[in-house]
Design a protein around this ligand. Structure first.
Ligand SMILES: *Cc1c(COP(=O)(O)O)cnc(C)c1O
Length: 404
């Protein structure tokens, strides 16, 4: 069991007051808070070893390079990638997906098909649409049901030898649905298609095993797993990363440059042009160490209780409807109250210290599916408590009274 008070003491921001009230932070789906060890890792880098990496022969440059590459190794073992060079540092999920779509521009032909799911975040829709415009490939959508679950029979029917790549999130940011990605990966491979998993909402709750999953690409952001903003990871199978052309040209990603011809560096440097977010990459490794110390079993246990308790308490409120009722679901509750705009609730409860997300959560097609302007989304992390849920429920009830 988690010692919740000890865990909370690791996060300095959680003792803050907001609008004169104790902060209740339920916007973890947008970004998580950072423990002191991660904050310290960033300042320690700048105070003690700041230098550019992979370049200088001087001591600081070597220390910085070692710290950065050690962090890559931590992430490799965390996700169980076969090689460290299959783990690319990015600025986040969005960057990782764009790197892959850019590479596929060199592969796709007119009439090829890309399957995307109805549950995606805009950053896993728009780059694929741009890719279709560039190549003449066709985007097809895997539909979902009223519970917010993807319909596997429809997925099976959409797959064909025209399918070149499938892209789907592991867990939906808007509804919390956990998708059957192992099934989807195996099915995609049966027709010879590649598959990308957007793990942005999964890595805060579980430890993905990319070799066991056998996915071709797995992307996530650092800032949703207690790490710094502007950091992220693209895992890609070696064969795919060798096949795809580089994304950005510049320093670090080359072997030799002349005005006649440039040859590219080996993986992972081929995809890591320019000076990266060195402090961030190092601190991301610290964040992953921290999460593992807390333990993913403990994290899941705590979040499961919060989901169960939060669902029960919120449903006490008259006229409240939860969107996303999948059997497999993570600690996200998206809801609306009859006759009240989500934004109005969000604004009032913010005054009471409760931070939730309101709006379309960068997933407008989901809102269109349910025919709503948006939802109020409470997303819980392992450092949240039932007492905080009680505060939110009281605040929502108060807002409901004021608005009706
Ligand atoms: C947050 C999120 C993204 C985008 O991540 P960035 O860190 O903004 O690049 C993509 N997909 C899902 C499912 C997300 O939750």
């Amino acid at each position: 069991m988690l010692d919740i008070n000890k865990i909370r003491a690791d996060f300095p921001i959680l003792t803050q007051k907001v609008n004169g009230k104790p902060l209740v932070y339920f916007d973890n789906g947008a970004t998580s808070q950072k423990p002191q060890v991660v904050i310290d890792a960033i300042s320690k880098y700048y105070q003690e070893i700041n230098a550019n990496i992979h370049r200088g022969v001087h001591t600081l440059s070597q220390l910085a390079t070692d710290a950065y590459e050690t962090s890559r190794g931590k992430i490799q073992s965390h996700i169980n990638a076969k090689f460290a060079h299959e783990v690319l540092f990015t600025s986040g999920t969005t960057h990782g997906i764009n790197l892959v779509t850019n590479g596929f521009a060199a592969i796709l032909k007119p009439g090829d098909e890309i399957l995307v799911s109805a549950l995606e975040h805009h950053s896993n829709i728009v780059p694929w649409q741009m890719l279709c415009e560039k190549t003449g490939a066709v985007l097809r959508v895997i539909p979902m049901n009223q519970e917010g679950e993807l319909i596997m029979a429809e997925y099976d029917a959409l797959l064909s030898n025209k399918t070149k790549i499938v892209t789907v999130n592991h867990i939906s940011n808007a509804l919390g649905t956990v998708n059957p990605i192992k099934y989807m990966i195996d099915k995609a491979h049966e027709v010879g298609a590649a598959i990308l998993i957007d793990g942005a909402q999964a890595v805060p709750h579980l430890k993905p095993n990319v070799q066991e999953l056998d996915c071709d690409f797995y992307v996530f952001s650092g800032h949703k797993i207690c790490g710094p903003t502007g950091t992220g990871i693209l895992y890609g199978k070696e064969a795919w990363l060798n096949k795809l052309p580089p994304y950005q040209g510049g320093g670090e990603m080359i072997k030799e440059v002349s005005f006649e011809k440039t040859t590219y560096a080996e993986l992972p440097h081929k995809f890591e042009a320019g000076t990266p977010n060195i402090a961030g990459g190092i601190a991301l490794g610290t964040a992953i160490d921290y999460m593992n110390e807390v333990g993913f079993d403990n994290i899941q246990q705590q979040e499961k209780e919060l989901l169960h308790y939060g669902t029960k308490r919120l449903l006490e409120i008259e006229g409240l409807k939860i969107f996303g009722t999948a059997k497999e679901k993570t600690s996200v509750i998206s809801f609306n109250i009859e006759g009240i705009h989500p934004y109005d609730i969000g604004t009032i409860i913010d005054k009471l210290g409760i931070a939730v997300r309101t709006g379309h959560h960068c997933a407008q097609p989901i809102m269109t599916f349910f025919n709503i302007p948006g939802t109020i989304r409470a997303s819980f992390a392992f450092y949240n408590t039932k007492e905080e849920i009680d505060l939110m429920v009281a605040a929502v009830k108060k807002a409901q009274l004021m608005l009706s």
